[in-house]
Design a protein around this ligand. Structure first.
Ligand SMILES: Nc1ncnc2c1ncn2[C@@H]1O[C@H](COP(=O)(O)OP(=O)(O)OP(=O)(O)O)[C@@H](O)[C@H]1O
Ligand SMILES: Cc1ncc(COP(=O)(O)O)c(N)n1
Length: 271
C-alpha cells in the first residue's frame, strides 16, 4: 500500500556550501524538517568548510532565472527565501522574477557580511540589494553587520538594534525588518528585534554556548519561509523559526576544525 501526500513547497535562491553547513544545504534540511518540499535555484558554488570560504564561482544569471521559472511553471511555490546572491546581475535578475511571478511570501536574507565581519559581496551588489530586492520583501533578516551597512548606524546595544530596524524599514521599504543578534556580545547573541511599521518586538532565547554556529542565519530565514509556506502568519512564523534555530543550536554538530553546523534534525540526535 502506498499513500500520496500534498505538502507545501518552498524555494531557496542561494549559494551552495560544499561543507554542508550553510546556504542551499542548510535551507533544504530546514524545509524538510518542517515537512515542506524544498526546491532550489543555485546562484553560486562556494568551496567552503568550517574554517571559511576558499573560492566562489557564480552561475550566469540566465541559469538562475531558468531554475526559478522552471520550478514555478510546473510545481508552484508558497514561499521563497533568498540567501547569497553574490553579484549585481543575479540580484537584479532575481528581483525581476519576484515582480513577474508576483511573489508575496518573500524572505530576503541579505547575505553581505559574515558573522566574523568579512564582506561576502561587492558594493555594487549591496546597492542592487537596496534598490531592487529589499523593497519587495515581506521580511528581511540582516545580521548585526548587515544592519549597520543598511541603516548607516553603529549597533552595540538592544536600543541600537531597535533604531536600526526602524531606520531600515523607513528608508528601504520592506514590510518587516528582523535584526539578528548572533553577532552581538554575551546574552544579546540570543536576542532578535523585529519591526513591521507598528509593532517593535523582541524574540529572546538564552545564549547557547557553542562554537558551532555556521548557518544559523540561513537556517532562521529558511525556517521563516517554511512556516509561511505552511500558512502561518508572520508573527507565528518568526516565533516558531526562532525556536527551531535555538533547538538546532542546542544539538550543533562537532564537525571540522572551525565553526560546525547545526543539528537540523535534532529529534533524531537525542540519545
Ligand atoms: N550562541 C547563540 N545562542 C543563541 N542564539 C544564537 C546564537 N548565535 C546565533 N543565534 C541566533 O541565530 C539566529 C541567526 O543569527 P546570526 O546573527 O547568527 O545570523 P548570521 O550572522 O546571518 O548567521 P551566520 O553565522 O550563519 O552568518 C538569530 O536568531 C540569533 O539570535
Ligand atoms: C553559500 C553560503 N551562503 C550563506 C552563507 C552565510 O550563511 P550564514 O549567514 O547562515 O552563515 C555562507 N557562509 N555560505
Amino acid at each position: 500500500m502506498s499513500s500520496t501526500l500534498t505538502v507545501p513547497v518552498a524555494l531557496t535562491i542561494a549559494g551552495s556550501d560544499s561543507g554542508g553547513g550553510a546556504g542551499i544545504q542548510a535551507d533544504l534540511r530546514t524545509f524538510a524538517f518542517h515537512r515542506v518540499h524544498g526546491t532550489s535555484a543555485v546562484t553560486c558554488v562556494t568551496a567552503q568548510n568550517t574554517l571559511g570560504v576558499k573560492r566562489v564561482d557564480a552561475l550566469p544569471k540566465e541559469a538562475v532565472v531558468a531554475q526559478i521559472q522552471t520550478v514555478f511553471e510546473d510545481i508552484g511555490v508558497q514561499a521563497v527565501k533568498t540567501g547569497m546572491l553574490l553579484n549585481q546581475e543575479i540580484i537584479t535578475a532575481v528581483a525581476e522574477q519576484v515582480e513577474a511571478l508576483q511573489i508575496d511570501n518573500l524572505v530576503v536574507d541579505p547575505v553581505m557580511v559574515s558573522r566574523t565581519g568579512a564582506q561576502l559581496i561587492d558594493d555594487d551588489a549591496v546597492n542592487a540589494l537596496r534598490r531592487t530586492l529589499i523593497p519587495k520583501a515581506a521580511i528581511i533578516t540582516p545580521n548585526r553587520y548587515e544592519a549597520q551597512i543598511l541603516s548607516g548606524l553603529e549597533i552595540h546595544s538592544l536600543d541600537d538594534m531597535r533604531a536600526a530596524a526602524q531606520m531600515i524599514y523607513r528608508n528601504l521599504g520592506p514590510k518587516t525588518v528582523l535584526i539578528k543578534g548572533g553577532g552581538m556580545q554575551g546574552s544579546l547573541r540570543g536576542v532578535d528585534i523585529w519591526f513591521d511599521g507598528q509593532k517593535l518586538e523582541t524574540l529572546t532565547t538564552k545564549q547557547v554556548d557553542t562554537k558551532n554556529t555556521h548557518g544559523t542565519g540561513c537556517t532562521l530565514s529558511a525556517a521563516i519561509a517554511a512556516n509561511l509556506a505552511l500558512g502561518n502568519n508572520l508573527a507565528t512564523s518568526l516565533r516558531q523559526a526562532k525556536q527551531y534555530v535555538t533547538n538546532a543550536l542546542l544539538y550543533s554538530l562537532d564537525i571540522g576544525k572551525g565553526q560546525g553546523p547545526l543539528g537540523h534534525f535534532f529529534p533524531l540526535l537525542e540519545n
